[in-house]
Design a protein around this ligand. Structure first.
Ligand code: CO8
Length: 258
């Protein structure tokens, strides 16, 4: 149904695979439109509890399609940047965990896509970078903002100023990826982690994700008030009563995501 991406479901896990292999999965307008539709499908599907975004075991993606962006007018490039921001915010705010499984190069707009995911896994062969400076550009899909919020701002500036990619172990050391796995194993590992997340009570998971995302932009006293409201709200869920009861009865909880 989609041309530039693949959308699959494995049990409770939705998997979006970038699928422009001849162009190293470069993002064009069609990819952005199709990913937007796929993310909405995954959001609305009650059977999906966690999401993986990947480019497969060899490449994650080489960034925005340079051929396409080189032909944009000033105003169109501004609008395109806003469209990509809209998509990446939808991913960031999806009320389900999203894992980026990075099998190989993740550059420019594709690294920025991975930055909008909740956690990132990388193959030991992966290279991650923001080379836009070499095109006389900047990472206009969130890279100048999400990267320094995720890693030490000086590391972010190093990557942004030099345009040089870093390898998976360096990315792990600066906190850009949470785990490095052997070549060819990134999807298996992502599926394991997604299955663990998917087994948790969905309303608590979505509330925690919203609290982290929203709270990071608030000063602490307001963020803590927001947390108290979320905590109180969970007492109205069946899963909270089941989780605490199961603990007292020394059995495994049966969460029903209600
Ligand atoms: N866009 C379009 N085509 C690409 C891209 C790209 N980003 N990257 C690779 N390709 C194409 C190549 O042109 C080539 O196509 P063809 O076979 O038709 O000539 C094919 O993919 C294979 O690429 P290479 O032959 O170059 O493969 P190599 O293994 O030799 O090199 C590299 C791989 C190092 C990844 C190299 O392809 C490269 O440097 N690519 C560009 C990386 C880059 O600069 N990315 C940043 C792009 S700009 C960006 O992401 C901006 C994001 C913000 C956008 C905000 C909205 C406007």
């Amino acid at each position: 149904m989609y041309e530039t991406i693949l959308l699959e479901q494995k049990e409770a896990i939705g998997i979006i695979t970038l699928n422009r292999p001849k162009k190293l999965n470069a993002l064009n307008r069609k990819v952005v439109a199709e990913m937007g539709a796929a993310i909405k499908e995954l959001r609305d599907s009650t059977g999906i509890k966690a999401v993986i975004i990947t480019g497969g075991e060899k490449v994650f993606g080489a960034g925005a399609d340079i051929d396409e962006i080189s032909q944009l007018s000033v105003f169109d490039s501004y609008l395109y940047s806003k469209d990509i921001h809209h998509l990446f915010l939808e991913i960031e705010n999806l009320p389900k965990p999203v894992i980026a499984a990075i099998g190989g190069i993740a550059l420019g707009g594709c690294l920025e896509l991975a930055l909008s995911c909740d956690v990132r896994l990388a193959s030991e062969k992966a290279k991650l970078g923001v080379p836009e400076i070499n095109l006389g550009l900047l990472p206009g899909a969130g890279g100048t903002q999400r990267l320094p919020r995720l890693v030490n701002p000086s590391w972010a500036k190093w990557m942004l100023f030099s345009g040089q990619p870093i390898n998976a172990n360096e990315a792990y050391q600066i906190g850009l990826v949470q785990k490095v796995v052997p070549e060819g194993e990134v999807l298996n590992e992502a599926l394991k982690i997604a299955a663990e997340f998917a087994s948790k009570p969905a309303i608590a998971l979505a509330t925690i994700k919203d609290l982290v995302n929203t709270g990071m932009g608030l000063e602490l006293p307001s963020a803590l008030k927001y947390e108290s409201r979320g905590f109180g709200m969970l007492f109205s869920t069946e899963d909270m009563h089941e989780g605490t009861k199961a603990f007292m009865e020394k059995r495994k909880p049966q969460f029903r995501n209600r």
